[in-house]
Design a protein around this ligand. Structure first.
Ligand code: C5P
Length: 220
């Protein structure tokens, strides 16, 4: 049976990844981080010495792109070939080139089909899918579609806090530049028709998770 799909879009630093993963855990559902697939391809292109600004070369790199993205919200890992790239794809060098990779039309066409196949093959009752174009392109017919937003200062502050432990985005400026580049390809700053906006500016993590679950319960 086709799973209950919760589509979540939003800008960088909106907390959509951690919130979506926690929602999936609490419901016992699957979780799909689509940004991780774009990041894995950026990692593969970089490792293969592909010029990520050359769209044709990036598109050609798809032929040798063997990857696996788990949908288990607990044992969540990303592999390219035999290499576990779960942490490597969060490095600033990948964040800096991922937008260029993600705007290549062949890349989007390919990954959108992969995401739809992953959703269709899911054995659990439901799946929370998060990204930039899930509510509009990947799963526009999903019974729950959410745009997770937060004021820019709040997003920057949250990302800065995340940085204490890991190396992700170097600066707020880099994050803003990535949002601007990504927004030229898909509009994830404004809710499409029928999409519910959840604004987490004044909500802590737990309250945001609860707000998303409330939208899901309403639709079930
Ligand atoms: O969500 P995350 O920040 O990890 O996404 C990394 C990049 O992948 C984004 O900056 C964007 O370029 C691309 N992306 C996309 N469409 C999605 C998810 C991510 O283009 N659905």
């Amino acid at each position: 049976e086709y799973p209950f799909v919760v589509a979540v879009d939003g800008p960088a630093g909106s907390g959509k990844s951690s919130v979506s993963k926690e929602v999936a855990r609490r419901l016992g559902w699957a979780f799909l981080d689509t940004g991780a697939a774009y990041r894995a391809l950026a990692w593969h292109a970089t490792a293969s010495h592909v010029d990520t600004d050359d769209a044709a070369s990036v598109a050609a790199a798809l032929d040798s792109f063997a990857y696996r993205i788990d949908t288990d919200p607990y044992g969540y890992r990303v592999h390219v070939g035999d290499v576990d790239v779960t942490e490597a794809i969060r490095e600033p060098g990948i964040s800096a080139v991922v937008s260029a990779v993600a705007r290549v039309p062949e890349v989007r066409t390919h990954l959108i089909e992969v995401f739809r196949a992953i959703i269709a093959a899911e054995g659990r009752e439901g799946i929370v899918v998060e990204g930039r174009d899930i509510t509009t392109v990947v799963a526009p017919d999903a019974p729950v579609r959410i745009l997770l937003t937060a004021a820019e200062e709040v997003r920057m502050a949250r990302r800065a806090k995340e940085l204490e432990g890991h190396s992700a985005e170097a600066t707020g400026a880099q994050l803003r530049a990535r949002d601007r580049a990504d927004a030229k390809v898909v509009d994830f700053m404004n809710a499409a028709e029928g999409v519910t906006t959840v604004d987490s500016t004044d909500l802590d993590f737990d309250a945001t998770v609860e707000a998303v679950i409330a939208v899901i319960r309403d639709a079930q």
